[in-house]
Design a protein around this ligand. Structure first.
Ligand SMILES: [Zn+2]
Length: 135
């Protein structure tokens, strides 16, 4: 399955590419840093260096297989470029990343762009949050 996806993206099938794609597909968390991927490879006893992980993730990004996010105060995280549009919430305490999509916000952003004489092409919205204080 991974082989097909790599070929479809115009990438030659290599073992590191297959392994890294598998990690991204089977991960509990949809958003992983290069270090997370590297650790997962080590846990699986795969001999792939961190430099290779960086290189392959960048190749995946260029091929449109993954999307890179540069959230404030952290490393780049990568997620598979599949599924519907969503925005992100980053917990500044735990680093946890939550995905959300809100119809009202989507609509509002379009309206704001139009008000300024533009058609909205794309957007990326990140909310930085911390756990709600218990009262
Ligand atoms: Zn996401």
């Amino acid at each position: 399955m991974e082989n097909q996806e790599l070929r479809k993206a115009g990438l030659k099938v290599t073992l590191p590419r297959i392994k890294i794609l598998q990690i991204l597909e089977n991960a509990d968390h949809r958003h992983m840093s290069a270090e997370d991927v590297y650790k997962a490879l080590m846990d699986a006893d795969e001999d792939v260096g961190l430099a290779t992980v960086y290189r392959v993730l960048t190749q995946f990004e260029n091929a449109g297989l993954v999307v890179r996010h540069n959230f404030d105060g952290g490393h780049s995280v990568f997620e598979l470029a599949q599924g519907n549009h969503h925005d992100h919430m980053v917990c500044v305490e735990s680093g946890r990343i939550v995905e959300f999509c809100d119809e009202d916000i989507e609509k509002l952003q379009k309206q704001i762009a139009e008000k300024h004489g533009y058609d909205l092409v794309d957007h990326s919205l990140v909310l930085y949050v911390k756990p709600k204080t218990q009262k």
